[in-house]
Design a protein around this ligand. Structure first.
Ligand code: P6P
Length: 322
């Protein structure tokens, strides 16, 4: 039985009226295809190990992070209306063309979770597309995102994106080099019994995060009345993808080690795109106090805590008063 093959191009032609936006998403998809090839051949081409340069987060940049950024940047530049690029790998905001000639803003993490590459675990790229605000403020508002998505480079390469009404997943057909629609409506159930958190941060959590996890691991006789499973891949894309496939909740709560920085994860090119995807898929995304999409972006590499996924779990976390 042959699958009804809806390709990414056919989907975009049907769903997006702005040809320039279709072109931009197409180019981002093409960049992710190229990055998937670089990721697959990393060990063969000496792209593992560490570079000498340091990214805005103060982390040692691996050569492949830089390569992925070049690929992403080059692709977005080919779009006639992309005006601003905001990349995890570059300190400054890149103004490609004056606002009169372009209005798309692309905030992206070209290779998220790259520390997993050396051990052959899934990594990904994350992106959020918005239009320049009227005041030309280059930093987008979360609720102004027009398209968010990620690519996951795992056993298969998938591109998951939303334009605001549905979350759809395309699987890369290596033979035809098409992205084929395989997940036409990805949803996050309101309840779950699976949480994702880096447990080694426990000594640094605030009381609420500690209480939430304590309840999760207390089992059926505990306050939650059910047993929870736990996963942590140290790759946000992989953890969020699992939640979109089988439900769950992802937590990177504030901890004493990251409090001075505002959190571990980055607002513009990790939390905002994933929050839009989560909300459109019927889930929630909070910084522990407010919806992430309502947080105001003041600096390009601003950080945040993230509680994202099953709506009732996010609400339960926020309801824990201590
Ligand atoms: P930790 C990867 O570096 C990342 O930005 C996210 O993809 C991931 O969820 C998190 O950091 C992992 O953090 O503390 O487990 O290394």
């Amino acid at each position: 039985m042959t699958m009804n093959r809806t390709t990414l191009n056919a989907y975009l032609e049907q769903e997006v009226s702005d040809p320039d936006l279709v072109d931009l998403i197409d180019r981002i998809a093409s960049a992710c295809w190229k990055i998937s090839q670089v990721v697959r051949d990393a060990a063969l081409n000496g792209h593992q190990g560490q570079a000498q340069s340091i990214n805005p987060q103060g982390e040692v940049q691996k050569p492949i992070d830089l390569l992925a950024d070049d690929i992403f940047r080059h692709s977005c530049k080919q779009n006639d209306r992309t005006s601003v690029l905001i990349s995890e790998e570059v300190e400054e905001i890149t103004q490609l063309r004056p606002s009169q000639q372009g209005d798309f803003v692309v905030a992206y993490d070209p290779l998220d979770g790259s520390s997993n590459l050396d051990v052959d675990l899934s990594v990904g790229s994350v992106f959020g597309v918005s239009r320049l605000a009227k005041d030309l403020k280059p930093l987008p508002a979360g609720r102004a995102l027009i398209c968010s998505g990620y690519a996951i480079y795992g056993p298969s390469t998938m591109l998951v994106l939303t334009l605001g009404t549905r979350v759809v997943g395309f699987t890369l057909d290596m033979g035809s080099e098409d992205y084929v629609l395989t997940h036409p409506d990805m949803r996050i159930p309101a309840d779950t019994a699976e949480f994702a958190i880096n447990m080694s941060c426990a000594p640094h959590w605030d009381a609420r995060a500690a209480r939430y996890v304590e309840q999760c691991v207390a089992g059926p006789d505990g306050a939650r009345g059910k047993a929870f499973n736990m996963r942590w891949t140290a790759s946000m894309v992989a953890d969020i993808h699992r939640i979109l496939i089988r439900g769950g909740v992802f937590l990177y709560p504030m901890d004493a080690e990251n409090a001075g920085l505002g959190g571990k994860l980055r607002l513009l090119y990790e939390a905002f795109p994933m929050a839009m995807i989560a909300e459109v898929a019927g889930g929630s995304a909070s910084n522990g106090k407010a919806d992430i999409l309502d947080v105001s972006a003041e600096t390009p590499h601003q950080r945040t805590s993230v509680i994202l996924g099953a709506q009732n779990e996010v609400q339960h976390f926020q309801s824990l008063t201590l």
